[in-house]
Design a protein around this ligand. Sequence first.
Ligand SMILES: Nc1ncnc2c1ncn2[C@@H]1O[C@H](COP(=O)(O)OP(=O)(O)OP(=O)(O)O)[C@@H](O)[C@H]1O
Length: 195
Amino acid sequence: MGKIFCLMGKSSTGKDTIYKRLLEDQELGLQRIVPYTTRPIREGEQEGVEYHFVSEETLQCLEQEGRVVELRAYDTVCGVWKYFTVCDEHMNLEKESYAVIGTLESWNAMKRYFGDQVMVPVYVEVEDGERLSRALVRERQQATPRYTELCRRFLADTEDFSEEHLKEAGIEMRFQNDALDACISRIKLFIQKYL
Ligand SMILES: Nc1ncnc2c1ncn2[C@@H]1O[C@H](COP(=O)(O)OP(=O)(O)OP(=O)(O)O)[C@@H](O)[C@H]1O
C-alpha cells in the first residue's frame, strides 16, 4: 500500500520549495495529487497542471460518489470558489505514493478519508524571525507586494498551528528548514523508511 506524505507548516517555511524538490527526486518516485477547483481557469494555466478546473455540477457528482476528500470554499468578489481534493481515477494507492501540501484542516480531513495507515505528516518549521524575513524577501519580489496580507497570515499562523492544534492532529515530528539541502535530506531519509 502506498502512502500520502503531507507537507505542512506555517507560511514561508519552505513547503513549496521542498515539495518541488521531493517530486523531482527520482529515487523517491512520489506522485502529485492535482487539486480541483471551481474557479475559472486563468491565462497561462493548463487543465490538469495547476488544477483540474471543474463546474459546480461536476463537484456535486463527485460529492455524491463520495470522492471528495476535503473541500475549502472562499467567498470572493467573483462568487464562491471551491478548492478541493478528489480521490479520482488517477490515484492508485495500491502502487504509488504521493506528496501533497496541506493545512491542518486538510490533513485532518485526509486522515479521516484515507486513514492513519496511509497518511504521513511532514511538518516543517522555521524560527519566526527568520520566517518573517523570508516572507518579506519573497513578497518584495512580487509585482504588487501585499504586505498587509503577509502580516495577516503571519499572525493567523500562530493560532492555526498552535501546539494544541498540532497535538490534536497527532503531529509530533518536526523538520527544521534552516539549511535547505540538509532539511530535504532529512525529510528524504524519513520518507524512505515508509517506502
Ligand atoms: N532553507 C531556506 N533558506 C533560505 N530561504 C529559503 C529556505 N527555504 C525556502 N526559502 C525561501 O523562503 C521563501 C518561502 O518559501 P516557500 O514559498 O517554499 O514557502 P511556503 O511554505 O510554500 O510558503 P507559503 O505557505 O506562504 O506559500 C521562498 O522565497 C524560498 O525561496
